[in-house]
Design a protein around this ligand. Structure first.
Ligand SMILES: [Zn+2]
Length: 241
């Protein structure tokens, strides 16, 4: 869009002079339209222009907006990115998933789980593979089942909640994130948010190990893994708070 605005301003550059002479001639950037045979860059300028006109409700508001981007403190491209980027509705679990103390791989697993994007067996039915949960062998595998309808994972989550002194009923990820969401920066609330991400990561890792390596940790060993992570975090974070 910066290119289109520079054409409007008749900026002094070889490219602007060339397109003004070769393409636009006597027309204006606001009344001109690209042809099917034009280059992708040229077509994208007009596609963005049309999108802005449609969103802002006319040419004049677009010109005002672009002018403010040009003279504002933020770079033009930063304003353009903010204008065009897709803005999803805020989610209640953002500060739980993206807790700064969590390791990126733990946050990433929790994020995928919240979005329902882990490759659970109910999402792979086109492969005609086994749909049974490899943790409990007792029900079909899905996000809702793994977190935390599954007997195997729910007993671990119960144990973890006991360590974390969490007494609320948190039988699903949605419920857990609603309880843990807050802006508190003290050690305990942060450790609780970290722990949920660690637990989801370890459950998913254990599930994959059972399917792909055909080996299984006993829940006791799994609990020790969790405690190891928890203690590691707790002692290291306690030193810096
Ligand atoms: Zn299960």
């Amino acid at each position: 869009m910066k290119g289109g605005w520079n054409i409007h301003l008749k900026a002094d550059s070889l490219w602007i002079r060339w397109v003004s002479h070769y393409y636009i001639t006597h027309a204006s950037i606001w009344s001109f339209d690209a042809k099917k045979t034009d280059s992708p860059l040229w077509k994208s300028i007009f596609s963005l222009r049309n999108k802005m006109i449609s969103l802002c409700g006319g040419v004049a508001p677009v010109q005002q907006l672009l002018s403010s981007w040009q003279s504002g403190q933020c770079p033009f491209t930063a304003n353009a990115y903010e204008f065009f980027r897709h803005k999803a509705d805020p989610v209640h679990w953002a500060n739980v998933v993206w807790e700064q103390w969590s390791l990126p791989r733990h946050s990433f697993s929790l994020w995928l789980a919240m979005l329902g994007k882990l490759r659970t067996r109910d999402r792979l039915q086109f492969l005609s593979s086994d749909s049974i949960c490899p943790l409990c062998q007792n029900a079909d595998e899905s996000h809702v089942h793994l977190f935390f309808n599954c007997d195997w994972s729910s007993s671990l989550w119960r144990k973890a909640r006991h360590w974390l002194k969490l007494h609320s009923n948190m039988s699903s990820l949605s419920r857990a994130t609603r309880v843990l969401q807050n802006n508190k920066k003290e050690l305990q609330p942060r450790m609780r948010r970290v722990s949920l991400a660690v637990l989801v990561y370890l459950i998913w890792e254990e599930r994959n190990t059972r399917i792909f390596d055909n080996t299984a940790n006993q829940s006791r060993l799994f609990s020790e893994n969790f405690r190891f992570y928890f203690t590691l975090y707790y002692t290291s974070m306690k030193k810096i708070t």
